[in-house]
Design a protein around this ligand. Sequence first.
Ligand SMILES: Nc1nc2c(ncn2[C@@H]2O[C@H](COP(=O)(O)O)[C@@H](O)[C@H]2O)c(=O)[nH]1
Ligand SMILES: [Zn+2]
Ligand SMILES: [Zn+2]
Length: 560
Amino acid sequence: HGTFEKRAQPGVPQPVPVDLRPLTWGDVNIIQTTDTHGWLEGHIQEASYSADFGDFASFLYHMRQQADHRRKDLMVVDSGDLHDGNGLSDATPLDASASNPLFEKVNYDALSIGNHELYLNDVAEDTYKNFAPKWGRRYLTSNVFIKDALTNKTVPIGNLYNKFRLKYGTKVMSYGFLYNFDGAANNTVIEPSSTTVTLPWFKKSLEEDVDMYLIVGHIPVRWAEAKTVVKAIRKAHPSKPIILMGGHLHVRDFTVYDPRAVGMSAGRYLETVGWMSVDGVHDKACKVEADCVGKHLKVTRRYLDNNVYTYKTHGLAHPKQKFDTWKGRQITTEITQLRKTLNLAETLGCAPQDYYLSQYAYTDSRSLLNLIANEVLPVAVINATRPNPGYAIVNSGSQRFDLFKGPFTYDDTFIVSPFHDDFVYVTVPYSVAKNVLSELNNAPYQKRDLGEELTHASNATLTPGYVTKDDYGYGGDDWPHSPIPYVNAPNYIASPLPTGLADTDLVDVIWLSFFSDLMDPIIKKLDPTHTYVDQSYRNDIDTNTMLSAFVKAKWSGTTC
Ligand SMILES: Nc1nc2c(ncn2[C@@H]2O[C@H](COP(=O)(O)O)[C@@H](O)[C@H]2O)c(=O)[nH]1
Ligand SMILES: [Zn+2]
Ligand SMILES: [Zn+2]
């Protein structure tokens, strides 16, 4: 094996190198990234995921060399959500404007759009005008449209579909589907996949002569929207292989729709790179489709930890071979330069301990959400000079990652809390304020189904990490880890409710403009006698800057 070279910061514990099982290659092989959310630098505080996008590019070079050696087809795909979660993509005035050019240096065969490319008009416009065209027909948006400001026409952001032929002869029909996302910017339209599959263009695309169908989508593999597309293709083609490379839930997952149709998603934040091999795409027995109905494809899946040891082990034909490529080094250099330009490593303060997003219950002092609710909101958001006491609420989904002990940098503000929502408020009687949070947390909301908590037998010498059980059971994780606990949190969290108040006393209820569409009806329901108008609470603090303001107020001045 290659030595475990770390890009992680000095002092970051190194995983004990292990024997990684060789990957299985099939007729057709697929490498997937999804929900990278700007993490092109990799994880400098977590050695297991410490490779950067330049290393990933070098890995792809070696894998493409192996595909040539084996004369097997290899596709590289991405399923969207390219920003919101890292300084590289979020520290520029227009999100992803500096990170997308880096992303474009990796040659993907098919890509699709994520919901994070669609929350803001200018980001959707930039994706349509500048990012999608860079990929030609490879940027797939079968059910995502934009109102073109120049022509005033509503057009696909990328391509509805793309039929292409791979190097060793596999003919692929590819689509890009987004889940039924209902929070998109008003210059975009998301068409339910159940509608799309009934349209003439889709039906006509099914008449093309191809060997397999590839659905690259920002769509959870087990959700109805995904199954709708698979079923529609299966109805037209009883045994053509169908491969869905999904995402959005930030989980490692793999599912079997039928003996010749499978779906996979490769986690999040460039922690994971998905590997799938499919044998049977060119099965000579399938002269006519009827001959192979129900005949299982031979599929393997593997969730690779994004680190150089993994890439060398699986990518190099022999351990002494040089791993770094010129392109890989160029990307790494540009990432380093961009981090400097954006000043991402600037230390704002010193975190006294680790705070975890999902490893501990929200009530636990090691929970990040507990820190946000009980310290950040009271210190950095609530304005104590106002006549009424404040009660601040945020959605737990606004917090994106763990916060580690030690130097807290400008980059960390985007890693943990990347969004820039304003705080708005209404002044209501305490009788209303005390019921708002429970109403919010009982509201209908697409909770993240992160799959069942894994209780794999943990081994003390294993580094903590993903332990995944999917439709093929355990064994998908390339690197054996001890499981990290996952604890669900309420969808909304709040600062402590003001105490000692009578029901008629007034309270400023403060929340993020991101979920005013939920809040306004709740306030109305709790106090039908009043018509409240949301007002801006303060113009100097948003979801992102509340964290930097708190760190400067409470954690600066101490040396780590
Ligand atoms: N406060 C905000 N929360 C947001 C915003 N955009 C997304 N979100 C949260 O993220 C999840 C979806 O994330 P994904 O990576 O799984 O697609 C969403 O459910 C919200 O909770 C935002 O602008 N502000
Ligand atoms: Zn995502
Ligand atoms: Zn998403």
